[in-house]
Design a protein around this ligand. Structure first.
Ligand SMILES: Cc1cc2nc3c(=O)[nH]c(=O)nc-3n(C[C@H](O)[C@H](O)[C@H](O)COP(=O)(O)OP(=O)(O)OC[C@H]3O[C@@H](n4cnc5c(N)ncnc54)[C@H](O)[C@@H]3O)c2cc1C
Length: 401
């Protein structure tokens, strides 16, 4: 919606294709507040945040096709063809440029080597959020939550407030991996029990979950033999990570970054397929919706440059993730422009740090001080274009102090 609004405001003919019956994506089920602090300067709930964009979509008369699933895209040549499937049938839409913003999926139990049986009562956190917040259904009474990231913590609080009899949160890290404000406001303030350095070895139960075998892990997350313990519960909620939905772009031939697991993009979020852009959680997991929206605004600007035929740099600059950088966008700088390049990176260490930008020969070009970095917080830096003039390559590192 953010990208569509930006382009429609400039007079472009834009359409939004959405597979669900409503716009808003993941925001619709996030009824807690904390959205829009950067863009609107106030903490809105997910539906309120989405609603403000829906109003603008409507006011601008943007064409919206709901219940329409993008099945395939033919992105070769100047005119791209998008095939959608909807209750009305199969449709082909022709366009000059595409922004993919199809979000991410949740990791499931088999991706984290969890053994045991396959009874009813095992859910992903997103599914529980939908059941509780949108349909008023409590999935169980005695709940084990696996994962101490933001989503796990937020879901734990909702289940507590909705009347779950017991909740236990387990995670392999030493402390919650999500934002500190969520650890405080969702877990500690409500006295919800949790066990760090603990994982689920296997799920137990035939028809319905009867419990789980928990095991302690060391700092490398290796199970410690002899520490297994049966924990009785009727529901297991998995909140063990989000992965960009990049398969559709990979099918188009777009390069995928193994670190972000999303498409490799330039500074205006163009993928390696000309005229095909990407934004939001499809590119990398954004902790804040405001940053996801900024990626959409940049992609919209990129579409404009692409449609106008703006000049690209004679030689593109490769952007590399260096020391202590878990993931980074953009992957390359390609357009001639004056505005600074916005880079988003996930640090691999915790504490006071410098984020440094160097050229391929290791020459320091710029550094940014951070009072506290942590892997759970995506960092944003603006790299001035003038320092990049002679560079073929830039490397971004995070150096602890
Ligand atoms: C539990 C949770 C709590 C969060 N809390 C906060 C918070 O407090 N504050 C904050 O700022 N941010 C928060 N975030 C982050 C923020 O919500 C996300 O970064 C942002 O909403 C992602 O938006 P998106 O458009 O990239 O993806 P999504 O919202 O996932 O949207 C993707 C859309 O694409 C559609 N789609 C997928 N495939 C197809 C297809 N083939 N054809 C057509 N349509 C398709 C989907 O139906 C969906 O509507 C939270 C996220 C989660 C999961």
């Amino acid at each position: 919606m953010a990208a569509a609004v930006r382009l429609a405001e400039k007079g472009y003919d834009v359409a939004i294709i959405e597979r669900k019956e409503e716009l808003g994506g993941i925001l619709d089920q996030c009824i807690h507040d904390g959205f829009g602090t950067k863009i609107f300067g106030t903490a809105l709930s997910g539906p309120e945040f989405a609603g403000s964009f829906m109003e603008r979509v409507e006011k601008l008369g943007i064409s919206v096709r709901l219940n329409a699933y993008v099945k395939s895209v033919d992105a070769g040549g100047g005119i791209k063809k998008i095939t959608t499937v909807s209750p009305e049938g199969v449709d082909v839409i022709k366009t000059k440029s595409i922004i993919y913003a199809i979000g991410c999926r949740e990791r499931h139990q088999f991706e984290i080597k969890m053994g045991g049986t396959r009874p009813a009562g095992v859910y992903t956190a997103g599914m529980v959020q939908r059941l509780v917040n949108l349909y008023g259904i409590l999935p169980g009474r005695n709940i084990l939550i696996v994962g101490g990231g933001d989503v796990g913590m937020i879901v734990a609080r909702h289940l507590h407030l909705e009347g779950a009899e017991s909740i236990m949160v387990v995670f392999p890290e030493e402390f919650f991996a999500g934002l500190p404000r969520n650890a405080q406001q969702c877990i500690l303030d409500f006295g919800i029990p949790y066990r760090p350095r603990t994982i689920v070895k296997e799920i137990v139960g035939r028809e319905r979950v009867e419990g789980a075998v928990l095991v302690r892990v060391d700092e490398r997350w290796n199970p410690i033999p002899g520490t297994e313990e049966f924990y009785p519960c009727d529901t297991v909620v998995l909140s063990v990570g989000l992965i960009p939905y990049a398969k559709k772009l990979a099918d188009l031939g777009a390069e995928i970054d193994p670190r972000t697991r999303g498409p490799a993009v330039n500074e205006f979020f163009e993928t390696t397929v000309s005229g095909v852009f990407a934004a939001g959680n499809l590119v990398q997991i954004f902790d804040y919706v405001d940053d996801a929206v900024e990626s959409a605004y940049l992609a919209a600007e990129g579409v404009e440059k692409f449609l106008r035929g703006d000049a690209k740099l004679e030689k593109r600059i490769i952007v590399k993730a260096g020391e202590n950088v878990r993931s980074l966008t953009p992957h390359r700088i390609e357009w001639e422009d004056e505005k600074p390049v916005v880079a988003f990176l996930r640090p691999a260490l915790e504490g006071r740090a410098w984020i440094t930008v160097s050229d391929g020969d290791g020459q320091l070009l710029k550094k940014f001080f951070r009072q506290y970095v942590r892997p759970s917080t995506l960092e944003r830096v603006e790299i001035p274009r003038e320092i990049l003039q002679d560079a073929d390559e830039v490397v971004i590192d995070v150096r602890g102090l």
